[in-house]
Design a protein around this ligand. Sequence first.
Ligand code: SME
Length: 150
Amino acid sequence: MDYATLAAQTEEYLKTEPYFAAVLSNISALLMCSLEDLNWAGFYIMRGGRLVVGPFQGKPACIHIAPGKGVCGTSAASDRTIVVPDVHAFPGHIACDSASNSEIVIPLHHGGEVVGVMDIDSPLTGRFSEEDREGLERIAAIIERGICWK
Ligand code: SME
């Protein structure tokens, strides 16, 4: 499935039900079964000053990540997308699934604040291209516009 189709499907989910648990659960599943060579796709949500695991597909993951820690915490603290071609070369990478070799993390915003991240892992080294970054940032922007966090 291409990113235009994934973006259209994301819009449909949000129109049908904007509640964050419903939207993020279905988007995790959509990404996991539509993009090739993934082993984890999901979300961490900022709660009480740290990231807490949210809806995802894949093996059970670490529950809490402090801002500035790992790829997710670094993305949240610096408010930027991070593409990691080789997680073993990323200082402080948190290995939740030993199968992961590359990763992309995109921050999610609400009211000008980072309120969570989208995290996607692959067993392939260098899995995430510029096209993936653009496509996933587009999906993140759609989520930010339409989601209900409460
Ligand atoms: N690798 C992430 C932790 C989350 S798991 O990949 C699901 C990190 O370094 O922040």
